[in-house]
Design a protein around this ligand. Structure first.
Ligand SMILES: Cc1cc2nc3c(=O)[nH]c(=O)nc-3n(C[C@H](O)[C@H](O)[C@H](O)COP(=O)(O)OP(=O)(O)OC[C@H]3O[C@@H](n4cnc5c(N)ncnc54)[C@H](O)[C@@H]3O)c2cc1C
Length: 260
C-alpha cells in the first residue's frame, strides 16, 4: 500500500488523498474590485458545468511562491452557476502573501489550477436560528451560506477593515428574518470587537432552542469567540468553526492556518 504524502500539494497528490474533489481548470473572465479591499475573480470552465457544491465550500487554487514552487490557497465558491459553468472568488486584500500577489496579478484569459469542492461545514438547515460571525476573509462564504437559508432567523456579525469595505448580506427568501451587525473599521485579526458583539447578545437569544452558530475568521478570533459562546451557555455541538488564517503566520502550503 502506498501512503499518501500529506505535504504534497500538486493536483495528482491532492486528488489521490482528498475524497470527493475533482481537478478544475479554470479561466479568468474578469477581475473587479467590489470594494477597496475586496477583489472579485470571475471564472469560467467546462469543469464547472454540473458541479455540485454546498454553500460555504471552497476550492484550493495553486499559487506561485517563486523559483518554480507553488502552494495552495483556499477561496470560497461564490455564485456558482453549474448551467453556465461560471463562479467567482472574493479575495480579501490585506497587503502581502502569495495568495494576494497571485490574485492581484490575474488577467482575463489566465488559467488557474484548482481542486474542489472542499469544506465540511455545511449550513444546518434544520436549525431555526443562525448566528454567523465572520471577518473580512469570510465574507464570501458567509454571504453564500446566508443566501442558502430559506426560513427562520439569521443574525450576522461581520467585520470589515474600513467603512468603505462594508458589504451587504441578503437573504434569498422573505421567510428569513435577517439582522446584520457590521463592525468597521476593524483591524485585521482584532478579536475585541467580536467579543464585545457576542457579550452584547441577549441571554434569551443564545438560549433559544435550535440555535446554530458559524465562526469563520482568523484563528484566535474563532477560538476566543467559541470559548465565550460556550461560557455563555451555547452547546459546543451548536458551534461550527473554521479558522481561515492566522495573525502574523502564513498559512501552510496546503492552505490551512498552522495549528498549535
Ligand atoms: C476554508 C478556507 C476558505 C477561505 N476562503 C477565503 C475567501 O473566500 N476569501 C479570502 O480572502 N480568503 C479566504 N481564505 C483565506 C485564504 O485562503 C488565505 O489565507 C489568504 O488569502 C491569505 O493568503 P496569502 O497567501 O495572501 O497570505 P499568507 O501567506 O497565508 O500570509 C501572509 C501574511 O498575511 C497575514 N494574513 C493572512 N490573511 C490575512 C488577513 N485576512 N488579514 C490580515 N492579515 C492576513 C498572515 O498572518 C501572514 O502574516 C480561506 C481560507 C480557508 C482555510
Amino acid at each position: 500500500m502506498t501512503i499518501p504524502d500529506k505535504r504534497a500539494t500538486d493536483r495528482a497528490s491532492l486528488l489521490s488523498r482528498l475524497e470527493g474533489v475533482i481537478g478544475l481548470d479554470l479561466r479568468v473572465r474578469f477581475t473587479e474590485f467590489r470594494s477597496p479591499s475586496l477583489l472579485e475573480i470571475a471564472l469560467e470552465s467546462n469543469d464547472l458545468l454540473g458541479l455540485q457544491a454546498e454553500s460555504g465550500q471552497d476550492i484550493m487554487v495553486e499559487v506561485p511562491v517563486g523559483q518554480g514552487q507553488f502552494v495552495r490557497r483556499r477561496y470560497s465558491i461564490v455564485d456558482l452557476d453549474p448551467q453556465a459553468g461560471t463562479m467567482s472568488l472574493l479575495i480579501a486584500l490585506k497587503g502581502n502573501g502569495p495568495g494576494e500577489t497571485w490574485a492581484t496579478h490575474l488577467q482575463p484569459g489566465d488559467l488557474i489550477d484548482a481542486v474542489g469542492p472542499r469544506g465540511k461545514q455545511p449550513v444546518n438547515h434544520a436549525a431555526a436560528r443562525h448566528l454567523f460571525l465572520a471577518d473580512h476573509s469570510a465574507f464570501a462564504a458567509t454571504s453564500q451560506m446566508v443566501r442558502s437559508i430559506s426560513s427562520g432567523h439569521v443574525h450576522v456579525v461581520a467585520a470589515f477593515p474600513s467603512t468603505q469595505d462594508a458589504m451587504a448580506f441578503t437573504a434569498s427568501s422573505s421567510a428569513v428574518e435577517i439582522g446584520v451587525e457590521v463592525l468597521s473599521p476593524v483591524a485585521h485579526g482584532d478579536v475585541e470587537p467580536f467579543l464585545a458583539a457576542v457579550e452584547a447578545l441577549s441571554a434569551e437569544f443564545l438560549a433559544e432552542e435550535g440555535l446554530q452558530c458559524y465562526l469563520n475568521a482568523e484563528f484566535s478570533i474563532v477560538n476566543r469567540v467559541r470559548s465565550l459562546l460556550t461560557d455563555r451557555g451555547v452547546a459546543v455541538s451548536a458551534i461550527a468553526t473554521k479558522p481561515y488564517w492566522r495573525r502574523n503566520v502564513a498559512n501552510a502550503p496546503h492552505g490551512e492556518p498552522i495549528k498549535d
